[in-house]
Ligand binder design. Structure first.
Ligand code: NAP
Length: 323
């Protein structure tokens, strides 16, 4: 364990980015039930001091403005030498997932963040919604099928225009990724999905490895304490026993497990001590026995069931019978 910003966070290179862009494997999530501007800004500045360089936001989260302000402040204070040292991801919301709305949506996010470019722009869900609404969960009557080819062409145009260094997707199944790969001229660099010891994504991880797509785990702690998550992951007895035996916290066991599966991760914490704790996962290992025990945990998909369980149309668009 190191002090100050001496934590060493490994990096991965994105497959189809402009200029071989690399991304810290561990980033800072910014989705929260109540978006307190000042709390988020302070947390981002603390995170930068600790060594975080990768930030995950989305138009939907309402966190782009505060993150942008914190980045401007960090640059002013000299906490980072230049914008290039940071990696910023944002996401295209479903109601903007229509070909003519993609570039304006990214420009809107850039204005919120006060940045000239993103490092990564993701299609947030493989679902479109009626334009003009920025709601989560999406109402059943607002769900429309996505025109994947045209939306992806517009995403590629975003990268060609220099508005983002790389593009990717989120919540995409293997089948949907295969579809994108069948026509993409710029393949997705990243697929960001729910992943934690209770939803292990084994098939998707293998598929993405074979296709050179980086998997980023969201809700790696099961989104404990949020309206879209569960405490079941952090309360899991197998994980508690492993944490006790290793002298680590359950959160650290979850995060280390994700990292050992070859995925990147964006846990969210606005608490300085937990931010520090979440970084402290790179100089120890889970044992073979730990990994075996974790592989036996009963699987339970959380995020979509909690948020969209009563919207069968959304679920149908999402899973196309695969999962
Ligand atoms: P998460 O990171 O699994 O869990 C966040 C919760 O865990 C917060 O309540 C946080 O509270 C708590 N926490 C963090 N570190 C902890 C620790 N060491 N010990 C105990 N509790 C801890 O869930 P998430 O926010 O859903 O996922 C992370 C990020 O992924 C989001 O913020 C967002 O950027 C992204 N995301 C993307 C999608 C998508 O569709 N692409 C969906 C969901 C999330 P404190 O802040 O109080 O520490």
């Amino acid at each position: 364990m190191a002090a100050g910003n001496q934590y060493h966070i490994p990096k991965v290179v994105l497959g189809s980015s402009v200029g071989q862009r690399s991304m810290s494997v561990l980033g800072f999530g910014t989705a929260a039930d109540s978006s307190d501007y000042a709390v988020l800004k302070t947390a981002v500045l603390e995170a930068i001091k600790l060594g975080y360089r990768h930030f995950d936001t989305a138009f939907l989260y309402g966190s782009e403005q505060a993150l942008g302000e914190a980045i401007a402040e960090a640059l002013k204070l000299g906490l980072v030498g230049s914008r290039d040292e940071l990696f910023v991801t944002s996401k295209l919301w479903c109601s903007d997932a229509h070909p003519h709305l993609v570039i304006p949506a990214l420009q809107k996010s850039l204005r919120n963040l006060k940045l000239e470019y993103l490092d990564l722009y993701l299609v947030h869900w493989p679902v479109s919604a009626r334009p003009g609404k920025w709601e989560f969960p999406i109402k059943e009557e607002d769900v429309v099928p996505m025109d994947f080819k045209s939306v992806w062409e517009a995403m590629e145009e975003c990268q060609r225009l220099g508005l983002t260094k790389s593009i990717g997707v989120s919540n995409f199944s293997c089948k949907k990724l295969d579809n994108i790969l069948s026509f993409a001229t710029i393949p997705p660099s990243v697929n960001q999905v729910e992943m934690n010891p209770m939803w292990q994504q084994k098939k998707l991880i293998e598929f993405c490895k074979a296709k050179n797509i980086i998997v980023t785990a969201y809700s790696p702690l099961g989104a404990k304490g949020t309206s879209w998550g569960t405490n079941d992951v952090m309360d899991n007895q197998v994980l508690k026993d492993i944490a006790l035996a290793r002298g680590k916290t359950v959160a650290q066991v979850c995060l280390r497990w994700v990292y050992e599966q070859g995925a990147t991760l964006v846990p969210k914490s606005y608490d300085k001590e937990r931010l520090k704790q979440n970084l402290d996962i790179f100089d120890w290992k889970l044992t073979e026995d730990d990994l075996h025990k974790i592989s036996q945990i009963r699987q339970q998909k959380i995020i979509v069931s909690v948020s969209h369980g009563s919207n069968p149309k959304f679920l149908e668009e999402l899973w196309d019978g695969e999962l």
